[in-house]
Ligand binder design. Sequence first.
Ligand code: U2F
Length: 564
Amino acid sequence: VQAVFRSNLSHLLELMGSGKESLIFMKKRTKRLTAQWALAAQRLAQKLGSVWRDQKQILVHIGFLTEESGDVFSPRVLKGGPLGEMVQWADILATLYVLGHGLRITVSLKELQSNLGVPPGRGNCPLTMPLPFDLIYTDYHGLQQMKQHMGLSFKKYRCRIRVIDTFGTEPAYNHEEYATLHGYRTNWGYWNLNPKQFMTMFPHTPDNSFMGFVSEELNETEKQLIRGGKASNMAVVYGKEASIWKLQGKDKFLGVLNKYMEIHGTVYYESQRPPEVPAFVKNHGLLPQPEFQQLLRKAKLFIGFGFPYEGPAPLEAIANGCVFLQARFSPPHSSLNHEFFRGKPTSRELFSQHPYAENFIGKPHVWTVDYNNSEEFEAAIKAIMRTQVDPYLPYEYSCEGMLERIHAYIQHQDFCAAPGPVPPGARAPQSPFVLAPNATHLEWAQNASSAPGAWPPAHSLRAWLATAGRACTDACLDHGLICEPSFFPFLNSRDAFQKLQVPCDSTESEMNHLYPAFAQPGRECFLQKEPLLFSCAGSSTKYHRLCPCRDFRKGQVALCQDCL
Ligand code: U2F
């Protein structure tokens, strides 16, 4: 069946159910964004033309909202608790619905069981039931519940599951045996899924798929209005919980800021002003989302104190014409040194509160400075007050961008298919590459067949040998490209090393998330033995990694030029 775009979301709102504060928040958001989704659907339909889109049957099981997993989020919706996850789930539901797929939504174990056809009480059902869904979107909590209640079906159908995973899961943490042997074992990882089945909130690492969310887009009239209505000396502090104000050293930089700007906050409070918030700050209390947007429209500056990490609000601020000012982290924060990230299945290092804002947006919209250096901080404030900045929203965070990306995933990503055309390992056939004319990297040979069915299409591959100590994520960025883990199997051969003229004295095949790689001392080449461990992330000064890169569409890093 062909999927047909939908623009009326009232049936979706019914599907979303009711009761919980979290669902109420999500439904309000979806309702408010209806017109934006409809317009985006129209534009995407035009862009895609007559391309066939399969209609899928999709189950969305939001594990963290189930009572069975504790549902700690719902009671905090009106109290300054995290809303980022709810923003994202609301947008995922809207995306799947607008794209025209068949949708079921569950937020309790009972509903999950009845949708899966598992008789209640038959906990660990030994039978494999036919699964009435082509795709299941869930989170780590939901994954655990499915494992417990789907019996053998879980194993059979796990390739249809997509896990919404805010901060991402790196391959080294995902592979159970490897994680256990090498100290990457955490509370969350070790599911042995294809790492691309994990879908993140920001494009943290290309090892996972980038799901994202949306921010409201302004039309020309609204942009005009904002330009006229900005108060050049108004700052809003990022954070809804009083605890962010406990930051050490805050008084110094806040004092500087207060010399130039009127400082506003949206910190939740019960009856009295939270004692952590200084008296010179105008606190509005936690605002409903539309009112928060209005506040951002008037403000010149949105300032982060270092927490929360990687949330939606800075994108909303920038989309509403604010400058986002944030602290540089030195040393970087990660699961090795910060409580918040401890136990999360990633070693990714954050060099600021919002790396996406820093690296994908940057100046004039985003300023990342050392807050301990008063001169640097003060100079930034002065410069920001002098610059005129227009509202900006990266395409991938617009409704159209999200629809486009998820459309491409649904139509092309298939983790149930047999492994790719070139088997990994030393005995892989001749790789279909040639050395590029400037002899720095490999390219897909023009006369090689284009690996039918491969997505992204293999001809967009370019491969480099990275310098020692460089991760493939960074090595590809150095060339203006993005690392593409699904291309690793093409590279994982002696032939690839040979064509790149790497002087291998010996070649070994082992399990290591940094392979394929070359070790200078000993002139040893290493191939990857375990396809699940192919990883863009990770580095060691011992190795020059062999890195598969590809191009990407402007404003849509998840998709290569020919990926649509
Ligand atoms: C992030 O969660 P947060 O909820 O802390 O993320 P925010 O960036 O604060 O934004 C969430 C939404 O809250 C809204 C705002 C954003 O869409 O419009 N909001 C509001 O409705 N009223 C207000 O007064 C202020 C903001 C992240 F998303 C999570 O994944 C992390 O778990 C969490 C911790 O790092 O940070």
